[in-house]
Design a protein around this ligand. Structure first.
Ligand SMILES: *Cc1c(COP(=O)(O)O)cnc(C)c1O
Length: 407
């Protein structure tokens, strides 16, 4: 056994099984990248082996809704990046979208009728709606809490005895940073499962399982794949949740296809390079915006004025690739004029891509909320969110400045 390999090295190599040479018409060869196994089913040298594979007594593949070598390669890479140092027993499961993964994670937390979930009020809108509409219909009650107020979390956990607590490592669009080590102390003591949506954090910034979380969820559509060209999700968890997630995926069938798994795995290999550059760019962009007269306020954990500046220093290895800011000019018209004036930054929802993307949260991610709820969450009409890409920071800053000057 060699030395444990570092994150960057594991990102590149994990999941690839080159030792398993392929034997074919052309002799023996070793693909350096796991091929796309576009096969719905797998046969074995004899039916006894098929029997053992189906019975779970022997490792292998039988049917693509259960497992597929391309999908498993991606999952193994994710396990290697999300697991704690000690991390035996963590497994990852790839889904057709982040929402399919979130659904499986919540269901795996054994949300049987009558139980309660405590969710961050800052959660991704579809996650809140999934809880209220879909889980609500089968008797699960969802209550909300300001997840960035530990006192409030502690009180609500004590009062409600929730089966699960759901938070995001970094919230949208104000980029609040959850204190996962402290929240996990509270959930552990209460016997609740802590589910962390680590989409904004990625294992590059934080490994929630290392900090006491029970289940980690990703929209791999975002930073994990990183190129804005596929939809995918992942759940990573240890016992007893991993087995439940696997069973749910078999039965509900929201598995990721081999083509997307191959692309996602290829994207994952450059996660440390991309995130490193994105964090650096975001810091520069945040500080240049903070110094601009036409900007009223900038939200980025790298800034001293950010409410979670100190927490971010403790629980994240860097301050992330998203930045949001309020224009000094009030109202929707100014925000729209600013967005329309951008020439380089792409006006599109989603995040975590190599391109710098700009959106207006009040009319996109937070569109469905009432104006008063938006106000409470700090999402004003003059707020713009950037998902910083891997371009040269100076080019992005120039684009933002010329658009600001035109206001
Ligand atoms: C995008 C996103 C999701 C949903 O993921 P999809 O891949 O779009 O299904 C869930 N949580 C967060 C934080 C997201 O940004």
């Amino acid at each position: 056994m060699g030395k444990p390999r570092r994150f960057e090295t594991r990102a590149v190599h994990s999941g690839e099984h080159r030792a398993g040479a392929k034997e074919g018409r052309d002799g023996i060869f070793y693909p350096i990248s796991t091929p796309i196994y576009a096969s719905t089913t797998f046969s074995h040298p004899n039916i006894e082996t098929t029997d053992r594979v189906l019975g779970g007594e022997e490792q292998g593949y039988s049917y693509a809704r259960y497992d597929n070598p391309t999908v498993r390669a991606f999952e193994e890479a994710l396990v290697s990046l999300e697991s704690p140092e000690t991390g035996a027993g963590i497994r990852a499961f790839a889904f057709a979208s982040g929402m399919a993964a979130t659904h499986a994670a919540l269901a795996a937390a054994e949300l049987t009728g009558g139980s309660t979930v405590l969710a961050a009020e800052q959660l991704y809108g579809s996650t809140s709606t999934l809880l209220v509409q879909v889980f609500g219909a089968s008797g699960v009650e969802t209550r909300f809490v300001d997840a960035y107020d530990l006192g409030a979390v502690e009180k609500k956990v004590a009062a409600l005895e929730p089966r699960a607590v759901v938070v995001e490592s970094i919230s949208n669009p104000l980029l609040r940073v959850a204190d996962i080590p402290e929240i996990s102390k509270i959930t552990r003591a209460a016997g609740a499962a802590l589910i962390v949506d680590n989409t904004f954090g990625t294992p590059y910034l934080q490994r929630p399982l290392e900090l006491g979380a029970d289940i980690v969820v990703h929209s791999a559509t975002k930073y994990i794949s990183g190129h804005g060209d596929l939809t995918a999700g992942v759940v990573a968890a240890g016992a007893p949740y991993a087995a439940a997630v696997e069973q749910l995926r078999k039965l509900v069938g929201g598995v990721l296809g081999p083509f997307e798994a191959w692309l996602a795995h290829r994207g994952l290999k450059t996660l440390p390079l991309r995130m490193g550059r994105q964090c650096e760019n975001a810091r520069e962009i945040a500080s240049s915006l903070a110094a601009h007269q036409k900007v009223a306020k900038v939200n980025h954990p790298s800034l001293r004025a950010h409410p979670d500046h100190e927490t971010a220093g403790r629980v994240l290895s860097d301050t992330g690739g998203l930045v949001s800011f309020e224009l000094a000019a009030e109202g929707r018209d100014a925000a729209f004029a600013f967005l329309n004036a951008l020439e380089l930054c792409v006006k599109a929802p989603s995040l975590g891509d190599i391109y710098t993307l700009a959106i207006h949260p009040a009319t996109s991610s937070h569109r469905e909320l009432s104006p008063s709820r938006r106000k409470r969450l700090g999402v004003g009409e003059n707020l713009v969110r950037l998902s910083v890409g891997i371009e040269h920071a100076e080019d992005v800053i120039s684009d933002l400045q010329q658009a600001l000057e035109r206001l």
